[in-house]
Design a protein around this ligand. Structure first.
Ligand code: HPA
Ligand code: ZN
Length: 324
């Protein structure tokens, strides 16, 4: 099964590139940039990654990315991830990045875009790995700032495959960003949003109705609302589920209790993704294998899940055909 799952062409729709920062690279970049980290060793970093909820993770996630300062750093971060993903049989990566998390540290959007776009071109050329960019707004910062970031990104609008919404969900409902997402819609930029990870089903509904998103990132709490489940099934809304993330952020206490099998049984359009692999215990293959262990799924189920992601990717039909 490991061979089968490795060879299965896997498309990753929900990944935060800053969440791919492995402790080894974090130390190397800290040294290169003269940044002091609050850890003495890689082991200390791993020990610190004992999260109780989304916020406890986000605190370390934002702290870790302090080592990312130059375009070269963003390039090296992304290339290191692309090489690992490629080795696991990932054929396409759609990555969120968080401009505001860098702007507040004095690292401008041009630096981020230069590094990431260089890595994307290199991945295509050297690995045959295709990529897409999702510029995410931080929902725990205000909507005016998000609008400002979207305007600042005008030189890069053509390069954006989508905009997204991430960071601390509870108390930060999607509708606060309706004007920003309406602006993106008028620019012709597709939209996705995190919803229903820790937040209630209502956030999923409002992301669909008020932000006009084409995918929901996570969405696992939809099962609490049967009418919403019926709608998600009828409209075949793509849900980018991240099992190991949900486990490590204590959305579920054990993977065996994860709602994925029920979501599949409900006929929902589910995909498997890694979210922040450096923080949550592994990339795409680790997530697929963890599902195999927890749910005992056969090859057909994994083919279906991988197929859902192929159909939902921001790529053209010719590309899709190569992976089917
Ligand atoms: N949820 C919300 N925001 C995030 C996440 C996540 O899982 N990872 C990085 N930013
Ligand atoms: Zn996420």
């Amino acid at each position: 099964m490991r061979d089968f799952l490795t060879r299965l062409p896997k498309v990753e729709l929900h990944l935060h590139i800053e969440g791919t920062l492995e402790p080894e690279l974090m130390f190397a970049l800290a040294e290169r940039n003269g940044v002091t980290l609050p850890y003495a060793s890689v082991e200390e970093v791993h020990a610190a990654y004992d999260f109780s909820d989304l916020q406890s993770f986000l605190d370390l996630y934002y702290q870790g990315m302090s080592v990312l300062q130059t375009a070269r750093d963003f390039h090296d971060l992304a290339m290191a991830y692309f090489r690992r993903a490629h080795a696991e049989g990932v054929v396409h990566v759609e990555m969120h990045f968080d401009p505001q998390a860098h702007l507040v540290r004095g690292v401008g959007l041009a630096v981020v875009m230069e590094g990431l776009s260089l890595a994307c071109r290199e991945a295509e050329r050297e690995l045959g790995l295709s990529t897409a960019l999702i510029m995410a707004f931080l929902r725990d910062r205000d909507a005016d700032e998000a609008m400002w970031v979207l305007e600042q990104a005008s030189p890069y609008w053509e390069m954006l495959d989508a905009v997204g919404l991430d960071s601390a969900e509870l108390g930060n409902p999607p509708e606060a960003f309706s004007e920003v997402f309406e602006r993106a819609r008028r620019l012709g930029i597709p939209r996705v949003a995190h919803a229903g990870e820790e937040g209630p089903p209502e956030y999923i509904r409002n992301a669909l109705d008020r932000l006009d998103v084409c995918r929901i990132d996570h969405g696992v709490r939809c099962l609490e609302d049967p009418a919403l489940v019926a709608r998600l099934r009828d409209e075949q809304v793509v849900l980018t589920v991240c099992p190991l993330s949900n486990l490590r952020l204590r959305v579920v206490e054990r993977l065996e209790e994860h709602p994925l099998p029920r979501m599949l049984a409900e006929g929902l359009n589910v995909t498997l993704n890694s979210d922040d692999p450096a923080y949550f215990g592994g990339g795409m293959l680790a997530n697929f294998l963890a599902c195999k262990r927890a749910f005992g799924w056969g090859k057909e189920t994994f083919r279906r899940l991988a197929g859902n992601a192929i159909e939902a990717a921001f790529v053209d039909e010719a590309r899709r055909q190569e992976w089917r």
